[in-house]
Design a protein around this ligand. Structure first.
Ligand code: A3P
Length: 278
């Protein structure tokens, strides 16, 4: 299904039905204490959601419950969820509930786009529903041409940056790479932004509980569901590292990517970190 010319995954419903639901999301009723967790796919959505969930629950404890993306829910499920709700979505601003952009707090997670495209490649290779087996070089081209599910990463990031420019107090930006390397500080920053009491010990406990190793074991769906969704050995928890792009990109691809990134992000103040060191 495509909306505004960009392709969307179909999730649990038939494509046409899902398309109708997504078109209706703009009119869904937002509550003042809702929080939007906004991410482009493969930026660390599951990780960030787990952190937000622990901050809200006031407990550094992994629960088996998993989140559903806003675009994969129904209006009824959305309306009946208890407050405070974390609305987790990859949708671009123009498809989100109207008030989400002008009213509620937004936690935005960004990831360097080279690791993101590699992660997305494995996502599509691994998920049975895509039935995909292509080569990385073609996949990379699709990414650069905005042809992958959810459309243009560049546009998504630029639109989010525009909110940061106009309303910096309503948006908390977290980089995946900072969460990896400076996680406790980042968790403190998010807690402060959400006005949640969280001392150093609690932030450390959340950080430990949300480690890749812990989540990769404890946050998997039940085995039958996991096997239905993913090919053997695949899941949302793949490597969880910075710099895996180096094992996928050729030097020429990396240079081309840098050039296109520079062009398409002209005027942007965002800085992405592509390795552990820089
Ligand atoms: P990789 O494919 O590079 O391993 P999303 O949740 O947005 O789909 O993002 C998935 C990516 O985040 C995957 O990246 C996944 O391994 C990584 N990830 C998930 N949980 C993580 C965690 N606790 N720590 C670090 N990375 C994590």
């Amino acid at each position: 299904v495509a909306i505004d010319g960009f392709p969307l995954p179909t999730f649990r419903m038939e494509p046409m039905q899902r398309g109708e639901v997504i078109k209706s999301i703009r009119s869904w009723t937002i509550r003042d204490d809702d929080i939007l967790l906004a991410t482009a796919p493969k930026s660390g959505t599951h990780w960030a959601h787990e952190i937000l969930s622990m901050l809200h629950r006031g407990k550094a404890e992994t629960i088996s419950e998993r989140f559903t993306l806003l675009e994969a829910t129904t209006e009824q499920e959305f309306a009946s969820a208890p407050s405070p709700r974390v609305l987790t979505s990859h949708l671009p601003l123009r498809l989100l509930p109207d008030n989400a952009i002008s009213k509620i707090k937004i936690v935005l997670v960004l990831r360097n786009p080279k690791d993101l495209v590699v992660s997305k490649y494995h996502h599509m290779l691994g998920m049975r529903s895509y039935d995909y087996t292509g080569a990385f070089k073609h996949f990379l081209q699709w990414f650069l041409e905005d042809k992958l599910p959810y459309g243009s990463w560049f546009q998504y990031v630029r639109e989010m940056e525009a909110i940061m420019d106009t309303e910096p107090d309503r948006i908390c930006m977290v980089h995946y790479e900072d969460l990896k390397q400076n996680g406790i500080e980042q968790i403190k920053k998010i807690a402060q932004f959400l006005s949640v009491d969280a001392d150093d010990q609690f932030c450390q406990a959340i950080y430990d509980c949300c480690s890749f190793e812990n989540m990769a074991v404890k946050k998997l769906p039940p085995k039958d569901l996991q096997d239905k969704i993913w090919k053997p050995g695949c899941s949302f928890y793949r490597k969880g590292i910075i710099g895996d792009w180096k094992t996928h990109f050729t030097v020429a691809e990396s240079e081309m990517f840098d050039e296109i990134l520079a062009q398409r992000m002209t005027g942007s103040k965002l800085k992405f970190r592509f390795s552990d060191r820089s």
